[in-house]
Design a protein around this ligand. Sequence first.
Ligand code: KIV
Length: 287
Amino acid sequence: MAKETPRLMTKNNSDQPIVLNTAHFLKMKESGEKISMITAYDYAMAKCFAASEADLILVGDSLGMVVLGYDNTLQVTLDDMIHHSKAVRRGAPDSFIITDMPYLSYHLEIRESKANAARIMVEGRANAVKLEGGSASRIEAIKAIVDCEIPVCAHIGLTPQSVNRFGGYKVQGKTAAAHEIIFQEALSVEAAGAFMLVLEGIPELLGQEISQAVKIPTIGIGAGRYTDGQVLVCNDLLGYADMRPKFVKSWADLNSVVTNAMNEYSREVKAGSFPSPEYIYYPITNK
Ligand code: KIV
């Protein structure tokens, strides 16, 4: 039988197990403790996350770009998300996992949106789903999914699934009118029952105003310093990516680490120095 949520995780810096559920993240906001969210897409990265001090995992549909090599996130399917969410759960059995609902999985019929969210929870073993947008029909979807007892993280601002409508990945909310629309969307997703809100690609002032106006925690990505937490794509923060938007800081350079290791391995294979005896079962000894 599957373990029940909420799950327990003992943080590295605490003796007390912390009950990881939506209320925990609300308390973090109330106490002014910043929330660190990182994406993960597979078992190995989820294990690294579980050994870290970061607070929660997002199985983002950015996997379409950084893992599957698509130009955008629009081709990612519900089955892709469930497949990766399951792998992440295996690597991080006790972590709080939010899994993205992919493009068109919550835009059409409400019944279908609820069923798709339920598959992510049950088959994908997530603790919550994330969906993009704050328009009237997105609000209806959030309400319906929350009504199925599924926690929803909303995502507004530069929503990558809107790339065709936006005409590219452009910072949103720059004019007074656009600022007001996004601000109102934030209030609406909170009123619809979202427990968390990702703010992407907006001016810092708008990120600050929304974070002060809503009770739910805001998680920024390219939204400045005043959101309640931050999220980054794991490949970006690890320097294991081929793009580097302005808001990305990398704390490692895995591209070079990996290429250098591959070169050293390849050179040793060609030189015949790998495998050396310590890597061989019952090596032949020349007496
Ligand atoms: O898909 C993703 O990784 C995301 C983050 C960029 C917020 O939605």
